[in-house]
Design a protein around this ligand. Structure first.
Ligand SMILES: Nc1ncnc2c1ncn2[C@@H]1O[C@H](COP(=O)(O)OP(=O)(O)OP(=O)(O)O)[C@@H](O)[C@H]1O
Ligand SMILES: [Mg+2]
Length: 867
């Protein structure tokens, strides 16, 4: 009959003092400290020293005064303890170090003026078998280890527990340290050791489960807090970005116009509210889209709505939808122009070019009747600076339409017209869709410049893409790669400009209505200068009409001597140059005048200085002197005029995309055997022309009585100077033949003459193009006589009188006529007294034979020709 530490229960006193406990019970088998503050208790404790122990019993409720305790206030089970040591504290209390001995049950209790004594029965516990003890011990320790808590307290507890060898004592230890207070008394009252261990285990498991659940909840809560916090930070960030955008002047709607309500509410009341762009979805709905377009757009919107705004794809889809929302799917600007007004605007902006204006007005009249533009593309073709682009813009103004201008010159990527596929990073729509987005109407005017200068490259053929845009059969469902939705561009009025139609792809050219602009004469330039360019340039340089004046003569001189190109762009540049310099002089002059004024100069002094030229006299009158001062020596000199004043030379007229040009052709003979050498960067067609000219002249030698053997001993070198500019076209045919004829016959071509015409192998003169340009170029070159193919009579009749003025035109049908006019006193002309060529060197017998054969052949050829 033993209890803890070999204490014999029978030796323990049956009647003991009881000290009431508050808080938690004390378990047997352990050492513990308690603090006693109650005076009576302290008194009792002194008694107990004699009794060698006392009982500790829990009160059912903590708050009761010791003097008013009754038996019912106590639990019925307590622990008998012995005092091992005691200390009186400075606070007047007693700190007791106790050995807890064993449980007891109160049989009856006596409470006398606060002193509690009880009759008790000590509890004898059954011992566990060795195996049971081992099993329970390890079960308890394991339960303790499972607790995730790694606090110092629990670590100490684990350490202590590992030193308690018996399961029952371990259970009591855990009951006193780990088990919640409200369950401790229950465990104290459990006298069956095994049952108590089970209960402790149960409590530990329960605690563990609670702990798990607690951790889980804790995790969830902290996650929630985390995400709330994250959201908070993102919102703050967004607010900051929005503020920055606002400062830069960009709408915050760009960021997100369907911002949460919280955001809209926050727009503080005192700040004036910026008018918000309607929400994207409302804008999309307002477009009244139908069919495929509607479905695609709504799908994209749903996709975007379901995306996180941080997703990079979000902004891509959003940008796309913003663009869709900005396009004029159904908005037209009204067609309310009047023909009279249109005429006025065209007159206002451009001098002359009457036929061009008439064509434009006709076009507008048709448009007024038909009320649509389907299938109408105007193509303005002409040399640079002749006003093609500016007429395009005037047409837009006359029609009261928005216009969008872009150039396709040098364009080599199809995507510039049709856009990039959206899968590419940084994809953008092409120029067409961009233009519609800018003009915001479905029927604007598009001015597309330089269509003749597109190139095909690995990135595709922009001309083919443009064809798709311009073709009235296809353009009602034009599909930009980026937009990837059919868009009707058939209501757009396209005006394209080009310098030449030669390089415009044929299918594209076929769909356009070509209006040709030719260069201006010096007179026209004078008028354009006077009425448009001078005022424009003057204003551009901050000058007034009282600052500078021109006489007609001077403007004419500028056109003639400084700006002899077809258009007026260079003319404009000359005026700019003059105005720039005059502006500088005026500023300097003002400074001088201000200084003089400060010095108190009289008005007489001013006039005096003006007279001596020290001060600038206003207005600055442009004269010969000033022209040289501002523009330098004239660029075009008398001696630069191209003249055929030597044997082997001829003067032709050419047409290039830069306007008309005068062409000198030179032929020289070199020792050889009748080969033809050609130089001067000539294109294939021109090389062919040269060969034809050579063959032709050879073929007529016999009929002209020219010694064929000349060709046996000589080769001809034909050169077209100014080789830097590549030339091509057949219209120099008769000019080349004339040069060769001049060389072969040793005669000089008529003075002040120029010619143009294609030569056929049998000597026919074929029609040419660009007559006006050529005539204008001839005028600039002081040409007095021009030979043109008779097939071009119609074109000649159409030329304005002032272009033809002072020039004699000869219409020629075949090469004989050309030669008759170019060499009026031709010694070799058929029918005149034939003369031999300059003495030819002696011939070998073989050469003689060859010459005879050649002469016979050429006779046959010329006979056939006549037939
Ligand atoms: N008939 C005209 N009347 C008044 N100004 C003109 C006339 N023709 C051209 N201009 C002026 O000449 C300048 C050049 O014209 P524009 O740019 O339209 O030339 P373009 O034909 O488009 O040349 P390019 O082929 O080089 O593009 C503009 O300032 C334009 O106003
Ligand atoms: Mg232009």
């Amino acid at each position: 009959m033993k209890e803890n530490n070999d204490i014999v229960i029978e030796n323990l006193p049956k009647v003991i003092f009881i000290i009431p406990m508050r808080g938690c019970p004390v378990f047997p088998g352990l050492y513990t400290t308690i603090e006693v503050s109650d005076k009576q208790d302290i008194e009792i404790i002194r008694h107990c020293e004699r009794f060698n122990g006392f009982g500790l019993v829990m009160l059912k409720s903590d708050g009761k005064d010791n003097n008013r305790l009754s038996e019912d206030d106590f639990y019925k089970v307590g622990t008998f303890v012995r005092i091992k040591n005691q200390i009186n504290t400075i606070y007047g209390t007693k700190s007791l170090f106790l050995e807890t001995v064993c449980r007891f049950k109160i049989d009856n209790m006596l409470i006398d003026r606060g002193t509690v004594t009880a009759n008790v029965t000590y509890i004898q516990e059954d011992e566990l078998s060795r195996i049971e003890d081992k099993a329970f011990t390890s079960a308890l320790r394991e339960a303790l280890d499972q607790r995730a808590d790694r606090s110092v307290l629990l670590e100490n507890l684990r350490f202590n527990a590992s030193n308690i060898p018996e399961a029952i004592r371990l259970a009591d230890y855990l009951a006193s340290s780990v088990v919640p207070r409200n369950k401790q008394q229950e465990l104290l009252e459990e006298f069956n050791g095994k049952a108590r261990i089970m209960k402790v285990l149960h409590v530990l498991q329960e605690e563990l489960a609670v702990q798990h659940m607690h951790d889980e909840i804790q995790g969830m809560v902290s996650k929630r807090i985390d995400s709330r916090q994250r959201e908070y930070f993102l919102r703050e960030e967004m607010r900051f970005i929005r503020k920055q955008l606002d400062e830069l002047g960009h709408g915050a709607d760009e960021l997100d116009s369907e911002e949460s309500e919280e955001e809209t509410e926050e727009g503080s009341a005192d700040k004036p509210k910026r008018p918000r762009k309607p929400k994207l979805i409302d804008r999309l709905k307002a477009l009244n889209l139908t069919g495929e377009t509607y479905e695609t757009v709504m799908d994209e919107y749903q996709k975007m709505a379901s995306m996180d705004t941080n997703n990079p794809e979000y902004s891509m889809v959003r940008t796309y939808l913003e663009m869709v929302a900005d396009l004029p799917w159904n908005s037209f600007s009204p067609d309310d122009f009047s023909l009279e007004e249109a005429r006025k605007i065209l007159e206002q902006d451009h001098y002359g070019i009457k036929d061009v204006k008439d064509r434009v007005l006709e076009f507008l009249a048709v448009r007024k009747l038909r009320k649509d533009t389907k299938g109408s593309i105007i193509c303005l073709v002409g040399p640079p600076g002749t006003g093609k682009t500016s007429i395009g813009i005037s047409i837009a103004k006359a029609l009261k339409k928005k216009y969008y201008r872009f150039s396709v010159g040098g364009m080599r990527d199809e995507a510039e017209i049709k856009g990039h596929r959206r899968t590419y990073i940084g994809a953008m729509p092409g120029q067409i869709i961009k233009g519609l987005r800018v003009t915001k109407t479905k029927n604007p005017v598009f001015v597309i410049d330089e269509v003749d200068k597109m190139t095909v490259s690995a990135q595709g053929d922009p001309a083919a893409a443009l064809l798709e845009v311009l073709d009235p059969e296809q353009n009602s469902t034009f599909r930009d790669h980026y937009l990837d939705l059919p868009f009707d561009v058939s209501n757009v009025l396209f005006i394209v400009t080009a310098n030449t139609t030669d390089t415009i792809p044929r299918p594209l050219l076929d769909r356009m209505e070509v209006i040709e602009l030719s260069g201006y004469t010096s007179d026209e330039k004078l008028h354009i200068g006077k009425k448009y360019l001078v005022p424009k340039s003057r204003a551009k340089h901050g000058l007034k009409s009282t600052d500078i004046t021109y006489t007609d003569k001077m403007l004419h001189k500028i056109a003639e001597e400084y700006a002899r190109e077809a258009g007026v762009r260079h003319f404009e540049k000359c005026l700019d140059k003059i105005h720039r310099k005059v502006a500088m002089e005026i500023v300097e002059d003002e400074y001088k005048r201000a200084q003089m004024r400060e010095e108190g100069a009289t008005s007489a002094a001013f006039s005096e200085k003006e007279a001596t030229g020290e001060l600038l006299k206003r207005p600055v009158r442009i004269n010969d002197e000033k022209l040289i001062k501002y523009l330098g020596q004239p660029i075009f000199h008398e001696d630069e005029v191209i003249r055929a004043n030597k044997v082997g030379m001829s003067v032709g007229l050419a047409w290039t995309s830069l306007g008309g040009d005068v062409l000198a052709i030179e032929a020289q003979h070199i020792p050889g055997r009748g080969e033809l050498k050609i130089t001067g960067q000539l294109g294939d067609v021109m090389q062919e022309s040269a060969n034809i000219a050579y063959s032709y002249i050879k073929s007529i030698c016999a009929s002209h009585g020219i010694d064929m053997t000349w060709f046996e001993r000589n080769s001809i070198h034909l050169h077209v100077p100014e080789g830097a500019t590549p030339k091509d076209g057949p219209s120099a045919g008769i000019t080349m033949a004339t040069a060769i004829y001049s060389l072969v016959t040793g005669q000089v071509m008529a003075k002040d003459m120029a010619m143009t015409g294609e030569l056929s192998l049998l000597g026919k003169v074929m029609p040419i193009g660009g007559l006006k340009e050529k005539v204008l170029a001839a005028r600039r070159n002081m040409v007095k006589t021009i030979l043109i193919p008779k097939f071009n009579k119609r074109d000649l009749d159409k030329l304005e009188a002032n272009v033809k003025e002072g020039i004699t035109f000869h219409l020629v049908g075949d090469m004989e006529e050309v030669l008759a006019l170019a060499f009026p006193s031709d010694k070799y002309a058929p029918g005149t007294g034939k003369a031999a060529l300059p003495a030819a060197p002696a011939q070998t017998p073989e050469e003689k034979l060859a010459a005879a054969v050649a002469s016979a052949v050429s006779k046959v050829i010329s006979e056939t020709m006549k037939g």
